[in-house]
Write a protein that binds this ligand. Structure first.
Ligand SMILES: Cc1cc2nc3c(=O)[nH]c(=O)nc-3n(C[C@H](O)[C@H](O)[C@H](O)COP(=O)(O)OP(=O)(O)OC[C@H]3O[C@@H](n4cnc5c(N)ncnc54)[C@H](O)[C@@H]3O)c2cc1C
Length: 405
């Protein structure tokens, strides 16, 4: 027996893109079901950055004060330590937003917050432990999805399917969309090391002769990202844990007394980094947004923000139509048209950062600072540019979708 469900819009994936799109469409009175394959939002390594533009959206929704009561850290300035020299690279304090900081909040708290508010709308449904494995297609038009749940199979029929199922999207592959891959020369090792009194207060990126260690302040521990050449993890393992621990300490000496917490390779997760983009984000009855339309690298920590901006644009452009009937493929193309150039711009910069900054050759002058970083060090006003790009991104979205409440 296949269980059946009918809704106006079904969203595959309860990540930042899917939950925000679900929240906004339900708020506009559109009947919407979000299908998430996991039983909860407790997954690691998803990135924890809530940017000033997303905080501004929370403010516009009237949710900001409650949102900021969730445990989080506020970062007003990003600093890099390049060959031992500290360089402030982005100053968020002058942004034209209510929150002039990046909030570091575990993604599961962010998603739980959004879903708890979405559930207040009668037209919202969230189905956890529901993994979509196929599209339902009739006369070349996507009319729904088929998923499996602990109770058996579920068919959800809808006027619109939104694929928000991330970088390994089943929706985009079943839809037969063409994807352009941009070579990425790096992977990331992701691990935790405890934080102690006397540690630096800020989140940091330590660059050293073409290598990079990122430390994100998560209150009582550091979330550490160590950038390695793509496919290089086996070689690192072959050299042994003590060698790896020493390498971490060579970047951040204050971790010397704790680095042995990494006493088993199971505590070090390999994250494969991808950058790609669909040629078409939509077809009749189907739209992809977020990483499903364009997988993002962690460089700049902007993927979550971009996924949320896609969701806002989709709700702005489609909510009115979906309240009364289906959206045409031309309506769906408007979402791609609006979000594609910001995506291209950011991905272009991520490719540049991978090739020139992260895996670039060590400077000919050994420990000297690259010219751009020297400019940032000498002229504080210039730090507002990276802050705008990271904190707001190109073409920040604002709510225009109607509210039914
Ligand atoms: C190592 C690493 C670190 C990163 N760090 C940051 C960072 O600090 N800041 C930042 O902004 N970005 C970061 N990113 C990028 C960021 O994680 C993504 O750009 C962002 O999560 C995209 O959001 P999304 O909602 O589109 O997809 P996702 O966050 O991937 O969410 C997709 C959701 O769909 C669900 N799903 C998948 N398949 C199915 C299915 N078949 N059926 C039902 N549900 C399904 C998944 O369980 C998931 O909940 C990082 C990326 C990597 C690889």
């Amino acid at each position: 027996m296949v269980e059946k469900l009918q809704t106006r819009c079904v969203i595959v994936g309860g990540g930042p893109a899917g939950m925000m799109a679900g929240y906004l469409l339900a708020r506009a009175g559109v009947s919407v079901a979000v299908l998430e394959k996991h039983a909860d939002f407790n997954r690691d390594f998803r990135g924890d950055t809530i940017h000033p533009s997303t905080l501004e959206l929370m403010n516009e929704l009237g949710l900001l004060d409650e949102f900021l009561k969730q445990p989080h850290q506020e970062v007003r300035e990003l600093r890099a330590v390049v060959n031992g020299q500290v360089v402030p690279v982005a100053d968020f304090t002058k942004l034209p937003t209510r929150c002039k900081f990046i909030a570091f909040m575990p993604q599961w708290d962010f998603l739980n917050f959004l879903s708890s508010h979405a559930k207040k709308f009668p037209s919202f449904q969230l189905h956890m432990e529901t993994e979509v494995f196929d599209l339902l297609i009739e006369d070349k038009c996507v009319i729904g999805v088929r998923g499996k749940t602990p109770r058996g199979e579920l068919d959800v029929h809808a006027d619109l399917v939104i694929g928000a199922d991330g970088r390994h999207s089943i929706v985009q592959s079943r839809a037969g969309f063409q994807r352009r891959e941009f070579g990425v020369p790096i992977d990331v090792l992701w691990m935790r090391i405890s934080k102690e009194q006397g540690d630096p207060e800020q989140s940091f990126g330590f660059f050293q002769h073409g290598k990079l260690l990122v430390l994100l302040d998560r209150g009582d521990y550091w979330q550490c990202g160590f950038v390695i050449p793509k496919g290089g993890f086996d070689e690192i393992k072959a050299r042994g844990l003590p060698d790896f621990q020493n390498e971490i300490v060579s970047f951040a000496g204050f971790l010397r007394d704790r680095v042995t917490e990494l006493d088993d390779w199971s505590k070090i997760k390999l994250l494969t980094v991808q950058i790609n983009r669909l040629r078409d984000w939509c077809r009749d009855g189907l739209l992809c947004i977020g990483d499903s339309a364009h997988a993002m690298s962690p460089a700049g920590g902007v993927g979550i923000n971009l996924a949320i901006q896609d969701a806002v644009a989709a709700a702005n452009l489609l909510a009115d139509k979906l309240r009364t009937g289906p959206a045409s493929v031309d309506d769906l193309r408007k979402v791609q048209a609006r979000r594609e150039w910001p995506t291209r711009l950011i991905q272009g910069l991520q490719v540049f950062i991978h090739h020139r900054v992260v895996t670039g050759r060590p400077s000919a002058r050994g420990s000297s600072l690259p010219f751009v970083l020297r400019l940032l060090k000498w002229f504080p006003i210039l730090r507002q540019l990276p802050a705008r790009f990271i904190g707001l991104g190109p073409r920040p979205e604002h709510f225009r979708s109607p509210s039914s409440i």
